[in-house]
Design a protein around this ligand. Structure first.
Ligand SMILES: N[C@@H](CCC(=O)N[C@@H](CS)C(=O)NCC(=O)O)C(=O)O
Length: 194
Protein backbone atom coordinates (compact mmCIF):
# COMPACT_ATOMS: atom_id res chain seq x y z
CA UNK A 1 0.00 0.00 0.00
CA UNK A 2 1.26 3.46 -0.84
CA UNK A 3 2.11 5.53 2.16
CA UNK A 4 1.37 9.06 1.00
CA UNK A 5 -2.16 10.29 1.53
CA UNK A 6 -3.02 7.15 3.50
CA UNK A 7 -4.01 6.74 7.09
CA UNK A 8 -1.43 4.61 8.80
CA UNK A 9 -2.27 2.23 11.63
CA UNK A 10 -5.98 2.12 10.95
CA UNK A 11 -7.90 1.61 14.14
CA UNK A 12 -9.93 -1.49 14.91
CA UNK A 13 -12.89 0.86 15.12
CA UNK A 14 -12.43 2.03 11.52
CA UNK A 15 -11.83 -1.48 10.17
CA UNK A 16 -14.98 -2.66 11.92
CA UNK A 17 -17.18 0.24 10.82
CA UNK A 18 -15.94 0.60 7.25
CA UNK A 19 -14.52 -2.80 6.31
CA UNK A 20 -14.97 -2.26 2.56
CA UNK A 21 -13.12 1.04 2.01
CA UNK A 22 -11.34 1.33 5.40
CA UNK A 23 -11.59 5.12 5.10
CA UNK A 24 -13.01 8.06 7.01
CA UNK A 25 -15.50 9.64 7.31
CA UNK A 26 -17.89 7.18 8.94
CA UNK A 27 -21.03 8.34 10.74
CA UNK A 28 -22.37 6.00 13.40
CA UNK A 29 -26.04 6.67 14.04
CA UNK A 30 -28.31 4.40 16.05
CA UNK A 31 -25.32 2.04 16.23
CA UNK A 32 -25.25 1.69 12.46
CA UNK A 33 -22.24 2.84 10.45
CA UNK A 34 -22.75 4.97 7.35
CA UNK A 35 -19.65 5.53 5.25
CA UNK A 36 -18.61 8.02 2.52
CA UNK A 37 -19.14 11.78 2.70
CA UNK A 38 -21.87 12.05 0.08
CA UNK A 39 -23.78 9.03 1.38
CA UNK A 40 -23.59 10.51 4.89
CA UNK A 41 -24.95 13.87 3.67
CA UNK A 42 -27.87 12.17 1.90
CA UNK A 43 -28.59 10.09 5.01
CA UNK A 44 -28.65 13.23 7.20
CA UNK A 45 -30.95 14.98 4.73
CA UNK A 46 -33.36 12.04 4.63
CA UNK A 47 -33.29 11.07 8.30
CA UNK A 48 -33.77 14.53 9.82
CA UNK A 49 -35.84 15.78 6.89
CA UNK A 50 -35.59 19.42 7.99
CA UNK A 51 -35.99 22.52 5.86
CA UNK A 52 -34.01 23.85 4.14
CA UNK A 53 -32.94 20.45 2.83
CA UNK A 54 -29.35 19.89 1.76
CA UNK A 55 -30.49 18.73 -1.68
CA UNK A 56 -32.96 20.74 -3.80
CA UNK A 57 -36.55 19.42 -4.05
CA UNK A 58 -36.73 19.44 -7.84
CA UNK A 59 -35.53 16.01 -9.18
CA UNK A 60 -33.69 17.58 -12.10
CA UNK A 61 -31.86 20.06 -9.83
CA UNK A 62 -31.07 17.23 -7.42
CA UNK A 63 -29.60 15.17 -10.24
CA UNK A 64 -27.42 18.08 -11.34
CA UNK A 65 -26.18 18.80 -7.82
CA UNK A 66 -25.43 15.09 -7.27
CA UNK A 67 -23.60 14.88 -10.59
CA UNK A 68 -21.37 17.85 -9.72
CA UNK A 69 -20.69 16.57 -6.19
CA UNK A 70 -19.73 13.17 -7.62
CA UNK A 71 -17.40 14.75 -10.14
CA UNK A 72 -15.80 16.76 -7.36
CA UNK A 73 -15.43 13.68 -5.13
CA UNK A 74 -14.42 11.09 -7.75
CA UNK A 75 -12.38 13.14 -10.21
CA UNK A 76 -11.22 16.48 -8.85
CA UNK A 77 -10.17 15.50 -5.32
CA UNK A 78 -8.23 12.37 -6.35
CA UNK A 79 -6.32 14.43 -8.93
CA UNK A 80 -4.65 16.28 -6.03
CA UNK A 81 -2.73 13.21 -4.83
CA UNK A 82 -0.44 12.92 -7.88
CA UNK A 83 0.63 16.55 -7.20
CA UNK A 84 1.54 15.66 -3.66
CA UNK A 85 3.36 12.49 -4.59
CA UNK A 86 5.58 13.93 -7.32
CA UNK A 87 8.12 16.64 -7.96
CA UNK A 88 9.69 18.50 -10.90
CA UNK A 89 8.31 17.77 -14.38
CA UNK A 90 6.01 15.05 -13.18
CA UNK A 91 4.50 17.42 -10.65
CA UNK A 92 4.07 20.06 -13.36
CA UNK A 93 2.08 17.55 -15.41
CA UNK A 94 -0.04 16.61 -12.40
CA UNK A 95 -0.80 20.30 -11.78
CA UNK A 96 -1.88 20.78 -15.42
CA UNK A 97 -4.19 17.75 -15.15
CA UNK A 98 -5.66 19.04 -11.90
CA UNK A 99 -6.23 22.52 -13.43
CA UNK A 100 -7.99 20.98 -16.45
CA UNK A 101 -10.39 19.13 -14.16
CA UNK A 102 -10.86 22.25 -12.01
CA UNK A 103 -11.79 24.21 -15.15
CA UNK A 104 -14.22 21.49 -16.23
CA UNK A 105 -15.83 21.57 -12.79
CA UNK A 106 -16.16 25.35 -12.63
CA UNK A 107 -17.38 25.67 -16.24
CA UNK A 108 -19.83 22.83 -15.56
CA UNK A 109 -21.31 24.67 -12.58
CA UNK A 110 -21.84 27.81 -14.64
CA UNK A 111 -23.35 25.90 -17.57
CA UNK A 112 -25.49 23.58 -15.45
CA UNK A 113 -26.94 26.24 -13.23
CA UNK A 114 -26.90 29.21 -15.62
CA UNK A 115 -25.46 31.56 -13.01
CA UNK A 116 -28.43 30.97 -10.68
CA UNK A 117 -26.72 28.35 -8.63
CA UNK A 118 -25.34 29.02 -5.20
CA UNK A 119 -23.47 26.68 -2.91
CA UNK A 120 -25.91 27.81 -0.25
CA UNK A 121 -29.43 26.56 0.38
CA UNK A 122 -31.00 29.63 1.94
CA UNK A 123 -28.60 30.84 4.62
CA UNK A 124 -26.67 27.60 5.00
CA UNK A 125 -24.34 25.61 2.76
CA UNK A 126 -26.19 22.89 0.84
CA UNK A 127 -25.07 19.41 -0.27
CA UNK A 128 -22.54 20.62 -2.83
CA UNK A 129 -21.50 23.59 -0.67
CA UNK A 130 -20.59 21.28 2.22
CA UNK A 131 -18.68 18.95 -0.07
CA UNK A 132 -16.76 21.75 -1.79
CA UNK A 133 -16.30 23.78 1.41
CA UNK A 134 -15.00 20.90 3.52
CA UNK A 135 -12.09 20.55 1.13
CA UNK A 136 -11.55 23.90 -0.58
CA UNK A 137 -11.82 26.12 2.48
CA UNK A 138 -8.45 24.67 3.44
CA UNK A 139 -6.75 25.43 0.13
CA UNK A 140 -4.19 27.73 1.80
CA UNK A 141 -3.03 24.88 4.01
CA UNK A 142 -2.46 22.78 0.91
CA UNK A 143 -0.39 25.58 -0.65
CA UNK A 144 1.72 25.77 2.48
CA UNK A 145 2.13 22.03 3.07
CA UNK A 146 2.92 21.10 -0.51
CA UNK A 147 4.51 24.41 -1.51
CA UNK A 148 2.46 24.49 -4.69
CA UNK A 149 0.43 27.59 -5.39
CA UNK A 150 -2.24 28.05 -8.03
CA UNK A 151 -2.83 31.43 -9.64
CA UNK A 152 -6.32 32.02 -8.33
CA UNK A 153 -7.34 34.83 -10.65
CA UNK A 154 -6.38 32.78 -13.67
CA UNK A 155 -7.57 29.37 -12.62
CA UNK A 156 -10.20 29.80 -9.95
CA UNK A 157 -13.07 32.05 -11.00
CA UNK A 158 -15.09 30.29 -8.31
CA UNK A 159 -12.74 31.45 -5.55
CA UNK A 160 -15.35 34.02 -4.47
CA UNK A 161 -17.74 31.12 -3.70
CA UNK A 162 -15.03 29.50 -1.61
CA UNK A 163 -14.46 32.82 0.21
CA UNK A 164 -18.21 33.05 0.94
CA UNK A 165 -18.18 29.50 2.29
CA UNK A 166 -15.11 30.24 4.42
CA UNK A 167 -16.87 33.23 5.96
CA UNK A 168 -19.91 31.22 6.96
CA UNK A 169 -20.13 30.66 10.75
CA UNK A 170 -20.70 26.92 10.31
CA UNK A 171 -17.51 26.58 8.29
CA UNK A 172 -15.55 28.81 10.66
CA UNK A 173 -16.67 26.59 13.53
CA UNK A 174 -15.75 23.36 11.82
CA UNK A 175 -12.66 23.96 9.71
CA UNK A 176 -9.56 22.93 11.65
CA UNK A 177 -6.86 25.46 12.52
CA UNK A 178 -4.50 26.30 9.63
CA UNK A 179 -1.23 25.30 11.36
CA UNK A 180 -2.66 22.05 12.65
CA UNK A 181 -3.80 21.04 9.18
CA UNK A 182 -0.47 22.01 7.59
CA UNK A 183 1.40 19.85 10.13
CA UNK A 184 -0.95 16.91 9.56
CA UNK A 185 -0.73 17.23 5.77
CA UNK A 186 3.06 17.32 5.90
CA UNK A 187 3.07 14.23 8.06
CA UNK A 188 0.63 12.37 5.77
CA UNK A 189 2.10 13.38 2.46
CA UNK A 190 5.73 13.32 3.56
CA UNK A 191 6.21 15.86 0.80
CA UNK A 192 9.75 15.91 -0.60
CA UNK A 193 9.42 19.70 -1.06
CA UNK A 194 9.03 20.53 2.64
N1 LIG B 1 -14.69 9.86 -1.41
C1 LIG B 1 -14.48 9.40 -0.07
C2 LIG B 1 -13.04 9.69 0.26
C3 LIG B 1 -12.63 9.04 1.55
C4 LIG B 1 -11.14 9.20 1.78
O1 LIG B 1 -10.34 9.16 0.86
N2 LIG B 1 -10.76 9.36 3.06
C5 LIG B 1 -9.36 9.49 3.39
C6 LIG B 1 -9.15 10.62 4.37
S1 LIG B 1 -9.69 12.14 3.70
C7 LIG B 1 -8.93 8.19 4.07
O2 LIG B 1 -9.59 7.68 4.92
N3 LIG B 1 -7.79 7.69 3.61
C8 LIG B 1 -7.24 6.49 4.15
C9 LIG B 1 -6.70 5.60 3.07
O3 LIG B 1 -6.79 5.96 1.88
O4 LIG B 1 -6.20 4.55 3.41
C10 LIG B 1 -15.41 10.12 0.90
O5 LIG B 1 -15.69 11.29 0.67
O6 LIG B 1 -15.85 9.50 1.87
Amino acid sequence: MEKQGRLENKSEWLLQHNPIHKKVPVLVHKRKPIAKSLVILEYIDEFWNKNPKLLPEDPCERAKVRFCANFYDQKLLPSIFPIVKSSGKEQGKAIVEFLELLKLFQDGLVRYFAGKFSLFNGDNPGYLGIMVGANSCNYETFHKAVTVEVDQEKHCPSISWVAALKDHPLMKENISAHDKVVAKMRECFQSPQV
